[in-house]
Design a protein around this ligand. Structure first.
Ligand code: ARG
Length: 458
């Protein structure tokens, strides 16, 4: 008979059993479920709702079940619907009547909510660690490339010269914010719903403060109806995860084209590349492409959970059982992507020569020439026009700005002097960006110093 079978005259159809069950996916929560139940049993014994002996029997029974699950000795049953009822039934089979008392003063509604929150808080901690590892790799790689010159792009057109160190430190800021967002999300995840009962609270004199301490929560859900009704914390997490994937996918996209023969800025290590089954010469950046592709899964998960929760009346509805597949998939996807991305970046080698070569074309020092004229007294618009004409001359004569002689330059403005010839060298263009937060090596050095300080405090 079902744990809830008392009110029923007929058994459920097996078709319904299979459709209704979540055990196939929520068995991932076995540990959280058991730890939550152990705390609950301790609380019931402490408050005299059950006896000390009953409490002890339940706790020992649950510990045995945990061990057996971990050793792969347990089989779950679809007729028992979910992880909560599978474990409860197992407990009663093992210890008898005391097991039937475990579900006093609780409902599966607060039980599942506490399980998910515990799962998610651990997942956030693990993902935060992986983000930290990535931040370290970014700082280390940036430090090696403070002076590695490359084109900076807008519209994927060469725009102004920058350094690779600067580019990498831009991603440092993005992933730093991502980690901070997760930490902030954790504050709202780590609030205890257990003890809320089905929706209205319970008639027992429970001790939720004890449960909170026992299970390591930072607070207790103040309103029990809210505690069992909302999954906004899941949505918040998947939104944060979507931003991480968005950042990863942008970086992957860059890596993919940097790795192409047309760019030749980067070479992926063999360990993180794959070949083609037909074209023997191919070496493809599959890891980066897969991360880019998996971004779609995570966005899909976000839309899934938002749509599941949309317009649900309070409190629990079975729709909410569908929260778990997108949540688990997001956690696993992001965990894998961060790990592989980190390794891929660590093992890649950058081709400084090709990067430098790319800065030779595209007139990326044109803005610097305009700035030079402004400093000699021209209004910026006039300088812009003069340099525009100079670029046209370069295009027509197939020359780079830094190849022009002083005489050639003077055709466009008579304020050009000898010093311009030095100023248009790419390294000088980069070094002359003196504004706060710029690509100049001394600024990137400061960024790296700040980043190291930040990381040492995490
Ligand atoms: N398997 C359910 C879920 O994941 C557990 C909660 C069931 N509660 C209920 N009232 N039917 O959402």
């Amino acid at each position: 008979m079902k744990l809830w079978g008392g009110r029923f005259e007929k058994t459920t159809a097996s078709l319904m059993d299979a459709f209704n069950a979540s055990i196939e996916f929520d068995q991932k929560l076995y540990k959280q479920d058991i730890l939550g139940s152990i705390a609950h049993a301790k609380m019931l014994a402490k408050t005299g709702i059950i006896t000390e002996e009953e409490g002890k029997a339940i706790i020992e029974g649950l510990q045995g079940i945990l061990k057996d699950i971990e050793e792969g000795k347990v089989e779950f049953h679809v007729e028992l619907e979910d992880i909560h009822m599978n474990i409860e039934k197992m407990l009663t089979d093992r210890i008898g009547d005391a097991g039937k008392k475990l579900h006093t003063a609780r409902s599966r509604n607060d039980q599942v909510a506490v399980d998910i929150r515990m799962y998610l808080r651990d997942a956030i901690d693990e993902i935060s660690e992986r983000l930290k590892a990535l931040l370290y790799v970014l700082v280390q790689t940036a430090e090696e490339h403070i002076d590695t010159v490359m084109p900076g792009y807008t519209h994927l057109q060469r725009a102004q010269p920058i350094t690779l160190g600067y580019h990498l430190m831009a991603y440092f800021q993005m992933f730093k914010r991502d980690r901070e967002r997760l930490q902030d999300c954790r504050k709202r995840v780590n609030i205890l719903p257990l003890g809320a009962g089905a929706l209205a609270g319970t008639t027992y004199n429970t001790d939720r403060e004890f449960l909170k301490e026992e299970l390591g929560f930072d607070g207790i859900c103040e309103n029990s109806l809210d505690a069992v009704s909302d999954r906004d914390f899941v949505i918040e997490f998947i939104s944060d995860a979507s931003l991480i994937m968005m950042h990863l996918s942008r970086f992957c996209e860059e890596i993919i084209f940097w790795n192409s023969a047309e760019f030749g800025f980067i070479e992926m290590d063999d360990a993180y590349s794959t070949g083609s089954s037909i074209m023997p010469q191919k070496k493809n950046p599959d890891a980066a492409e897969l991360i880019r592709g998996k971004t779609g899964r995570v966005y899909g998960n976000l839309i899934q959970i938002l749509t599941i929760m949309k317009a649900l009346p309070l409190a629990y509805n079975k729709d909410m059982q569908e929260d778990k597949p997108p949540l688990f998939d997001t956690v696993e996807t992001i965990r894998d992507c961060l790990e592989i991305f980190c390794e891929m970046l660590k093992t890649a080698s950058f081709n400084k020569k090709n990067m430098k070569k790319a800065t030779k074309e595209g007139f990326m020092n044109a803005t610097d020439v305009a700035d030079y004229l402004v400093k000699k007294g021209l209004p910026f618009r006039s300088a812009h026009e003069a340099v525009g004409k100079m670029v046209l001359y370069c295009v027509e004569n197939q020359k780079a700005v830094e190849d022009l002689t002083l005489e050639e330059l003077r055709q466009f403005s008579d304020v050009f002097e000898e010093d311009i010839l030095e100023k248009v060298q790419i390294e000088n263009c980069i070094a002359s960006k003196v504004s706060y937060g710029s690509t100049a090596p001394q600024n990137v050095r400061t960024m790296i110093k700040n980043a190291k300080e930040y990381l040492s405090e995490l």
